[in-house]
Write a protein that binds this ligand. Structure first.
Ligand code: MN
Length: 705
């Protein structure tokens, strides 16, 4: 297998490591992955949720907050409508849980049994008949154009909180919170629906503080060459709303009356160091007889280390300079100081927000969201909250107890392999409400009963999945061949609807081509599609829109409905058009290496350093090391058929345990005990009984030259 090690200039690595105060080894990873913009780096280096994006960057956030408040205050009937998977149910738990806490008249629903994905006409009509007036769709809704129009006709307002790809038309909702809406100002579109719900709930809590919807004007004036430079920014809900910059000289003095005064009029003014600003204000406005708030006084009081320092000096010391490409101006510093001081008003709402991230962490892993940008911060805080979940969620706590994860450090892979399959099994077996009730439960004995039910459903789901897999397996090679070797499509009336997604995922992984699995539900076929190698699920499905009742999803995963009378035509066209499917090359032959080091440098610290890269996930895979010059002390075949290798490797004056899955073939053919080798590997902490030990997980190995 080829090892792909991008060459790096030593000077570049050194500069990068100095700028971000990072280990030289860690710097290699970022540079080799092309992650070098300061704005990206903050999400790897910072843990604080203040580095996540503000909820109020969403265009409709204020409208959504206002409408929900109105519904709570006027005791309107509210329905939260979600989805049957982990993201859908955690979204529901967050929204409905908060509304319940506020004493709202809230009910929740999600698609039960074989009900289709998303809002249905039946649900809307029943809610209208029941005098409901507000529907909040979570993890669905963005494509429910007709249903939301019908709701409006029935006197029901709808709020859509969704992260699925949009269609050409948007629903006629009172507010849409979806980062994928074209033109949406929110800067990151890779977050889960539950993360969106946590942000909406945060915004609702924030709206209870005195800061909500207040405009604050930050002003900075500095002398120029025969002129005065004036700059002001209006902040609302901690987001910059508008900015004014004027250079005022005797010739352009009209700017004061025409633009500056109207801009700041009526707003509370904030400056830094009024003593020096005062004179400049006087020369601009003829007097300094205005009421201003001096941020420096408050800052020096709270942070004596800054005492007497200018804005520029403070910024140079702060981290913000490290994470910005552009040269920071005083105004950027002023905004930072303002956020720092008034951000403490947010402390009361920080605690419940952090707790809510326990559910967000589940959703991010289950929905396979990219582990980049703010997801890294939400995820790390969410994993911490999961360890403390006994303090605020008896339901989730019971589940963690059952899975032997309670009060332990939880990793992303615990969610992926243990927690999320159990919660998902409820939806797959047609009873997603069991999992949702668990997430919302406040009663330990009820929780325990629900966990028991979930565990049983999970075993049943596994059994059905295995049985279906065995049945379809013999035909799969031919199936793939009939799709030009680029696709697999299974349509089987005996497959339970709930496991089509799991099966499609397993097919696409095992055969490395996109796969669709369809099951029959009444008069329609319900399908799940999972793609690999760059094919985009929703774009692909749109080629068959004329044969589909409905479809939607993300780039990597989607769902669709086909009427029974169209199913044969659909299958036929899939096979006929399969040669047009474009897939990226299979890069099995090259191993991408992030960090290269000599065996002599191997130490526990290297494992500790690689914590920085956790959690890994989509778009940010685990760190891959190339360690040169390890001495193999021993090698033993392990596993039932002796396919794997357990090794002891010596480097840096210590002996390290290593495991090489499927490594038996390489053994004796390529190396023997006693050889000095180079390995490409991941470095893991392995739990062994009560010990956590470093372990090398070998991906490839060859004798050192
Ligand atoms: Mn989702």
């Amino acid at each position: 297998m080829k090892w792909n090690i991008v060459p790096l200039e030593t000077r570049m690595v050194q500069e990068f490591s100095e700028r971000f105060k990072l280990d030289v080894l860690a710097s290699q990873l970022f540079l080799r992955r092309g992650i070098d913009k300061p704005e990206e780096m903050q999400f790897f280096l910072e843990d604080d949720i203040r580095y996540s994006h503000s909820a109020f960057l969403f265009t409709d956030m204020e409208d959504v907050v206002e409408r929900i408040h109105q519904a709570i205050d006027e005791k309107e009937k509210i329905m939260v409508f979600g989805d049957r998977d982990v993201d859908g149910m955690t979204s529901l738990a967050l929204m409905a849980g908060y509304l319940r806490e506020c004493g709202a008249d809230v009910q929740w629903q999600l698609p039960m049994e074989d009900a289709p994905y998303g809002l249905s006409m039946e649900v809307v009509q029943a809610f209208a008949a029941n005098e409901g007036t507000l529907i909040i769709t979570v993890d669905c809704g963005i494509t429910n154009i007709a249903e939301i129009a019908a709701a409006a006709d029935g006197g029901i307002d709808t709020i859509v909180i969704d992260h699925h790809n949009t269609m050409d038309v948007l629903p006629d909702a009172v507010g849409i919170i979806n980062p994928k809406v074209p033109g949406e100002a929110y800067p990151f579109d890779g977050i889960s629906a539950a993360a969106l719900c946590a942000k909406v709930v945060w915004a609702l809590r924030f709206s209870g503080t005195s800061m909500y919807n207040q405009e604050f004007c930050l002003v900075h004036v500095k002398p120029g060459n025969q002129s005065i430079f004036f700059e002001a920014v209006v902040m609302k809900n901690f987001v910059s709303q508008r900015r004014l910059a004027e250079t005022v000289s005797p010739e352009t003095a009209s700017a004061i009356e025409q633009r500056i005064v109207p801009f700041i009029q009526g707003l509370p003014l904030f400056v830094f160091d009024w003593n020096t600003q005062k004179a400049l204000f006087s020369s601009l406005f003829g007097s300094a007889d205005v009421l201003v708030h001096d941020l420096s006084t408050e800052l020096y009081k709270r942070y004596p280390v800054f005492d007497g320092k200018s804005l520029i000096r403070i910024m140079a010391k702060s981290k913000s300079a490290r994470y910005s490409t552009s040269n920071l101006e005083e105004m950027d510093g002023l905004i930072q100081v303002f956020k720092l001081i008034y951000g403490t008003a947010l402390e009361a709402i920080e605690k419940p927000f952090k707790a809510s991230l326990s559910l967000v962490a589940l959703s991010l892993v289950a929905d396979m969201m990219p582990m980049i940008d703010e997801n890294r911060i939400l995820m790390r805080e969410g994993l911490r909250s999961l360890s403390d979940v006994h303090e605020f969620s008896p339901g989730l706590h019971s589940l963690l107890v059952e899975l032997e994860l309670a009060r332990k450090p939880i990793k992303a892979r615990d969610i992926g392999w243990k927690i999320s399959p159990v919660l998902n099994s409820a939806g797959r077996m047609g009873k997603p409400d069991v999992a949702l009730r668990l997430l919302l439960s406040r009663d330990p004995s009820e929780s325990n009963a629900l966990v028991k039910e979930l565990v049983e459903m999970n075993s049943e789901r596994k059994r059905l999945g295995e049985a279906a897999w065995k049945r379809m397996y013999p035909g799969l090679r031919d199936n793939m061949a009939s799709h030009s070797g680029r696709f697999i499509c299974v349509c089987d009336e005996t497959i339970p609807r709930g496991i089509t997604g799991i099966l499609a995922g397993r097919l696409s992984r095992e055969f490395n081509v996109p796969a669709a699995v369809m099951a029959k539900v009444g008069a329609v076929f319900v399908g799940s599609i999972r793609t690999v190698r760059g094919m985009k699920a929703t774009v692909f499905l749109s080629n068959y829109a004329d044969l589909l009742e409905d479809f939607g999803g993300h780039d990597a995963a989607g769902g669709f409905y086909v009427a029974s009378e169209n199913v044969q035509a659909f299958i036929k066209r899939l096979s006929e058009s399969s040669s047009n499917i474009e897939l990226s090359d299979i890069e099995e032959s090259a191993l991408h290496v992030d960090i290269e080091l000599p065996a002599a440098q191997l130490a526990e610290d290297v494992w500790k350093m690689s914590d920085l890269f956790l959690p890994s996930g989509q778009k940010f895979g685990p760190a891959v090391f190339c360690i040169r010059g390890l001495k193999v002390r021993s090698a033993n075949l392990i596993g039932k058929e002796g396919k794997h290798l357990s090794l002891e490797c010596e480097g840096g004056g210590k002996v390290w345990p290593a495991v090489f899955w499927d490594g038996a073939i390489a053994f004796t053919a390529a190396f023997q005990a006693g050889d000095v080798v180079d390995v490409v590997c991941e470095l893991e902490m392995n739990q062994f009984r009560n010990d956590i030990r470093p372990q090398i997980v070998v991906k490839d190995l060859r004798k050192s030259l």
